[in-house]
Design a protein around this ligand. Sequence first.
Ligand code: ADP
Length: 624
Amino acid sequence: MKTWKEKKTIYAETFSLHFRAIKIWWKISPMIFISKSISAIYFALIPYIGIYISALFINELSNQRRPEELKNLVLLSLISALIIAVIDGIIQKWKEFYDNEYYYKKEKIFTNKLLDMDFCDIDDQKTHDKLSQIKQNENWNNSGIGKVLGMTEEILGSLFGIIGSITLSISLFIKKVPENNISMQYLSNPLFLIFIVAVMFVVIILSPLCHNKAYSFLMNNDFVENIKYTNRLYLFYYLEMISYSRAADVRIYHQNEYSISKLNESVSSYNLLYPIYKKKYAPMNSLSVAIGFILTAIIYLFVCLKAWAGAFGIGSVTQYISAITLLSHSLSKLLQTLGEMHNNTPYLKTVFEFLDIPHNMYKGSLTIEKRNDRKYEIEFRNVSFQYPNTNTYALRHVNMKFKIGQRLAVVGENGSGKTTFIKLLCRLYDPTEGEILLNGINIQKYNYNEYMSIFSIIFQDFKLLSFSLAENIAISTKYNESRVLKCLESAGFSERLKTLKKGIDTCLYKDFDDKGIEISGGEAQKIAIARTLYKDSPFIILDEPTAALDPIAEYEIYSKFNEIVDDKTAIYISHRLSSCRFCNEIAVFDNGTIIQQGSHDSLMNHKDGKYYKLWHAQAQYYTE
Ligand code: ADP
């Protein structure tokens, strides 16, 4: 059993997390929030207008029956029904309009965070695990930040429902039994009234408590884990298995049958739940319903007795019964939603663990001098680096100075640290030790985006977008057509371009255009090179640029390399030594350190050096 202090802390946490979630929704889409809140309040109060007018009507009919008064009441009913119907329609549509945005706005909360995150956190598996946990929780029982909107709607609806009910039923407790009815005076006794109200509250609180208790039986750990696992399988089966990249494997190895059997196995373990359902959930839930009936019985008895004693007319009987029934409904709903809030807290915590991933990367403010002569000098000074959550160094004591306009090749076996070296250079990561300097100043002191803008890079796993060829190159809807054509030509894409009817307006892939084209790895690489050229940055970096190219296309790139690079400083990464010979400087990486540096000829002179050995080891794969 938790102590009161512990409970208080849990409730405080529940409210503060939900309040924070509400503030996020308010910031991301105030209109979704406003439309939901107003419609919840409106629909909570509307029933009371009907109840009140009907009571007036019945009272008049059963008492004085004044024609003028009855006519006015009919008119009031009709006019109010008309106004309510019109406002109903408007509010419903208004809310629906903003509801349509709900999914995108919810995703925006996570997308904004992902786009804003330091690269090292995006590169961290833990970040993706957290996000996929959040998505699974959403798919499983809609828990998390999305649920907060629905709960706010429920809470506002319940609160205003309670206010409406109390307003309409307060006179039930105030109206006195006529003095001549002595035997029934106890109904007006304040102690009796307090007793009735207390019983009502106990019942109203007990019913949802039983309901929540019943629900908690279903939430035992094994079951929750099983549901999560099954949901992951569902997602995998219905989204991943149908993906294009798996299509061939699925057909050849009948992976669909294998996966569905795993899914069925997991689904059938739901059967484990039936005994809990039968023995615990069902009786507790029935108790909750039965307690609710006790309340209705008490209200009927009390109202009827008071009417019988002459405290009010028949019309008021319907008013009080309806109002108090609605009060009990609103109170139950409120308590149930508060229970749901409590259940939603762990899921919200996961959401905030993700949203609170801190920015650790220092982002300076120095501007980068725009130089027409492109005289940017970069120096690695004793740089070492460990990837987060690893114990080994991916780079160790790297010292290197780039000379302006140099063609530098970075070579070495797979895993020797070449890509890591580039990631540090572009500030996707910061060094663990040492520093990197641009024109003598630590790169961390520069404005991050400006620093990024001096590099054009093609990573090994670059991605093109499913938009037009021209937009892929300019990364903008507005572009200079002749420059796009020139870059495509320099990258060796001209021949393929001639075969495209819509030229540079041709869409890549078919995601957004049925007439979009599929392209080979080599063609994609040429487009990526054209994109690099269009950016026209002082540094151009190509990470294994010819890996996906056939020998002819590879030769084309080499022969055009000087034209492509022009007056830029170029860094060319490859584990294929033959493709680096044309660079005037070659750095050989091994186990995260630079073990040799120099021109091809000077490196070949060191017969016991790594470069010489690698060159001869690879010689069998190419002809000189
Ligand atoms: P190369 O480009 O020469 O193939 P990398 O720079 O990619 O080598 O890798 C250098 C070392 O760093 C390797 O041991 C690799 O396993 C490790 N490494 C690369 N990326 C990560 C990462 N995101 N997290 C942890 N270790 C990594």
